[in-house]
Design a protein around this ligand. Structure first.
Ligand SMILES: NC(=O)c1ccc[n+]([C@@H]2O[C@H](COP(=O)([O-])OP(=O)(O)OC[C@H]3O[C@@H](n4cnc5c(N)ncnc54)[C@H](OP(=O)(O)O)[C@@H]3O)[C@@H](O)[C@H]2O)c1
Length: 300
């Protein structure tokens, strides 16, 4: 099969759509013939070497943490899914013709392949952040970075829980935030005051999806530091905010089922821009630019 791979660290130019070994479903996993796989910032953090701890590249790197496709292998112990089913979910090395998923849900027939692929990481991360914040109906929350992959899904999942959402973006995405149901505020200097003005005071919780705002600013908006959850500021724990990277905090199968349901009901709508796998470098240039509206998705 072919997969997106890199053999040295660098910019998007190191990416190759080229031959790779076939993966196979292990216990508890399924394999899919990939119809779409989304781009996540973790991918470019991998090929640029930002995650390497300064070590030189060893072996070949592969990319992708989510995808949608047709099941063609079912691993030992897996029930409730069969060869030929349309699914989406989270896995490893998904930017390939075949990929293994660890958590998945049936793709609603009304949902496009690219949208379903975009819902894996963003949906699980959104579900996790809102669950850790215990967002309830009637709460007011602030999502810092509401227009990006995780942010836009989190905004809509919070609204589906009955919360009122204030979210930040750059000037160009304020209308998009309105479109998905949030009260928009510009990020940058003065953001805390703008959130306070929009909320009529503080908020019940803050979901930081970007990691750029000073954590003390975000904490000043919340009833206490533990009501700030961040997925991108790993130093924020020192100030009492809650940092989550997945792992033990994650409930991926439940999250995928919830996201499938919200997609089917149009309660979560994901704006996607698609690129063929052979033009992945163009998608990654946009992702590395850091000003996304929704998700970038690669398709065969
Ligand atoms: N810990 C975890 O479990 C986990 C899981 C998934 C992702 N992540 C991390 O979370 C981050 C976001 O991921 P993503 O997929 O949502 O990224 P993304 O799709 O690239 O979105 C980035 C967003 O950040 C916004 N932004 C840029 N500068 C900002 C600022 N100063 N203040 C507020 N917002 C700003 C942009 O808004 P504008 O376009 O309006 O500028 C853009 O919409 C990445 O670092 C990723 O690696 C962590």
């Amino acid at each position: 099969m072919r997969a997106l791979k890199f053999r040295q660290y660098g910019g998007p130019e190191v990416l190759e759509w080229a031959d790779a070994p076939d993966p196979h479903a292990g216990p508890g996993q399924i394999r899919i013939a990939v119809r779409a796989a989304s781009v996540n910032p973790i991918d470019w953090k991998a090929y640029t070497g930002a995650l390497s701890g300064g070590q030189p590249m060893a072996g070949t790197g592969y990319l992708g943490s989510d995808a949608a496709g047709v099941v063609d292998e079912v691993g030992e112990g897996v029930t409730g899914v069969s060869v030929g089913d349309d699914v989406f979910g989270r896995g490893q090395n998904t930017q390939a013709e075949y990929a293994v998923l660890d958590s998945w849900a049936a793709k609603p027939s009304s949902v496009d392949w690219a949208v379903a692929a975009a819902a894996g990481v963003a949906g699980e991360t959104g579900e996790r952040g809102l669950r850790l914040l215990d967002v309830k109906s009637g709460d007011t929350i602030f999502v810092d970075g509401g227009a990006g992959g995780v942010g836009a899904v989190a905004v809509q999942m919070a609204i589906a829980r009955g919360a009122r959402v204030i979210a930040s973006s750059g000037e160009a995405n304020l209308d998009y935030l309105r479109e998905i149901g949030a009260t928009p505020v510009r990020y940058g200097e003065g953001m805390v005051e703008r959130v306070r003005a929009a909320a009529g005071g503080g908020v019940d919780g803050v979901f930081d999806t970007v990691g750029k705002a000073p954590v003390d600013d975000l904490i000043s908006l919340a009833p206490d530091p533990s009501r700030v959850v961040t997925i991108a500021n790993f130093a924020a724990g020192q100030a009492g905010a809650r940092v989550t990277g997945g792992g033990a905090d994650s409930q991926p199968m439940q999250a995928m089922a919830l996201v499938a349901d919200l997609l089917a009901q149009n309660k979560v709508v994901i704006k996607v821009q698609t690129f063929p796998f052979g033009r992945a470098a163009d998608a990654y240039r946009i992702s590395q630019g850091g000003h996304l509206r929704g998700k970038l998705v690669l398709v065969p």
